[in-house]
Design a protein. Sequence first.
Length: 230
Amino acid sequence: MRDLRLDLTNLWRSAARVTSPQGGRLIMFVSARSGEGCSSIAASFALMAAAKSSRSAWLIDLDFRRNPLYRAFEDGFSKKIGGPGRAFDASLNEPPIYALTPPPPDGSDGNKLLTVHQIEGTRLLVTRFRNERLRPAQKVQLRTQPRWWAALRASADWGVIDAPALERSAAALAVASQMDGVVLVVRADKTSVSDVAAMRLEVEGHGGKVIGVVMNRVRADARFADRLIG
């Protein structure tokens, strides 16, 4: 993962125009295939959002089993940014945005497995799913849960969501309708305009609003290209 904040000025200007009648804004990043740099874009954008927030910005990793964003900050995502601090409960006093199969034997919904960690020296909070608490063969799956997203809007200025690539997970489609905007991340040297159009249709078919496209790895940078979806 790379810190791409210097390349995302145009994206920030576009996303900052997105409004939410319910409080904080929710922006999701998703790619069609793995390896297109989506997590780098999401983490970089989240740092920009945190720097401009009066309350906080949450960076929400929907890849529960791997927690790549938490691990990236733990490993020093940016030389100028500290690591994650202590764990806090991320349930927001609402039913969780995930379901466990089989459910816990005590009949609970396991709503203490998602934590959030403040990144040192910033207003950014990054989620981590506590896989170590799962029982053998127990699986976790994302669920829509509008009440949790509403609670996040009430507590933070921004929610920046990094979704797994569509080729390996439908997580982005499951929560697209809860977002104020969805940004598609594509590799400029591998993804055609028709591929972008197909991905847009899929996201919008699930209630999402695509606000732009980030073309990653254009001369080793990332560029915002809203003209591709106009």
